[in-house]
Design a protein around this ligand. Structure first.
Ligand code: SAM
Length: 341
């Protein structure tokens, strides 16, 4: 049997026996916000030109390969900010067909600033899962963190998305000491009577984001702050989930923690990433040794079987776990905007 035929219709498994079935696709490396923890040096990064990024047609081809031959179960669109890309809602409508054809779930992660007025359209498209990033409930602080005075737009988008029926709307909060740690309890109150899931995310280091140990707050510390006021009841999570989930008696909303640094979940990692310019990364923090470029492959007419073979070879480069935060902070070429969060 040839190597190519061997790989046809085979799950994607790495050297540590981890099955990969979750793909995150960055639709653009451009963003309309300049969050202090993501793109503090915004003057050095203006985004790729359109011919440098995957076209929607190419993205749909990639999705079909992953949903079909590679048997992926989840795809999430991210960025940069996915909603700044022109025509993006048409893409979301097109994936509905793929969702119906394969057993696959689509989601997006957005800063929510451009969602107002479009939440129902999004809900009626192929997108089932919605994460909205929001790091402060205070107007001045939102401006300080993001560089834009858009808090009300994001709050309106959250209201609209909840009403549109996203179940639940997940709210991503990156917690940084002396920036927004004093709002942890406000965020918990925010979900009391609402179908929202607040997710407190540990601050992660990237080469360009001036991460410092002083700014880092661990999951345990966040949890202690919440438990000074509320009782958190652990909820069952699927092994592939990255969040630790909790309910609070009498609360409609849920509270979760994404503990990428203090209690990493590399041992159950099922994710691959494709950047806006088509590069596949096997880990958010990988240095690119494994990189294959879908833009080059598709524009040079590689067949689906050849592409599948290359993906199977690349996954063997995945490390068992990512290095410690101080080491990650030194990886200059890594940044969230190009890799896609
Ligand atoms: N623009 C979209 C947004 O704001 O949600 C999608 C891209 S953003 C890079 C994806 C997620 O990564 C957001 O929830 C953001 O807060 C998170 N993120 C970015 N930099 C991070 C960091 N250094 N540590 C932890 N989370 C980070």
């Amino acid at each position: 049997m040839t190597k190519t035929r061997k790989y046809k219709q085979m799950k994607l498994i790495d050297n540590f026996n981890r099955v990969h079935d979750y793909l995150r696709i960055s639709l653009t490396d451009k963003c309309n916000l300049n969050c202090i923890y993501c793109n503090p040096d915004h003057h050095i990064h203006f985004g790729f030109n359109n011919d440098k990024i995957l076209s929607y047609e190419e993205i749909l081809k990639i999705i079909r390969i992953f949903a079909g031959s590679l048997q992926f179960k989840k795809i999430r669109f991210t960025g940069g900010e996915p909603l700044v890309r022109r025509g993006v809602f048409d893409l979301f409508e097109k994936v509905k067909k793929i969702k119906d054809e394969f057993d696959i779930q689509f989601g997006i992660t957005t800063n929510g600033t451009l969602l107002k007025g479009n939440a129902l359209r999004l809900k009626n498209s192929g997108i089932e899962k919605l994460n909205i990033s929001l790091d402060s409930l205070q107007r001045e602080k939102f401006l300080k963190i993001t560089g834009r005075d858009n808090l009300q737009d994001v709050l309106d988008a959250i209201n609209e998305s909840e009403a549109a029926g996203f179940n639940p709307v997940k709210i991503n909060v990156v917690v940084i000491r002396n920036i927004n740690d004093n709002e942890i309890l406000d965020f918990v109150e925010f979900v009391k009577d609402r179908n929202l899931n607040i997710r407190f995310i540990e601050f992660m280091p990237f080469g360009n984001n001036q991460w410092q140990r002083d700014g880092f707050i661990s999951y345990k510390e966040m949890k202690d702050i919440i438990e000074s006021e509320y009782i958190l009841n652990p909820l069952y999570s699927d092994v592939s989930d990255v969040a630790k989930d909790f309910s609070i008696s009498g609360f409609k909303g849920k509270v979760s923690f994404v503990t990428s640094m203090s209690e990493h979940f590399c041992n159950t990692c099922s994710r691959l990433r494709i950047s806006a310019d088509g590069k596949m990364r096997v880990c958010l923090f990988s240095t690119g040794k494994e990189e294959i470029n879908f833009k080059t492959l598709l524009r040079n007419n590689y067949s689906e079987t050849e592409i599948i073979e290359l993906v199977h070879s690349a996954i063997k480069y995945k490390w068992e776990k990512h290095p410690e935060p101080e080491e990650l902070a030194k990886l200059e070429q890594n940044n969230m905007l190009t890799i896609g969060g």
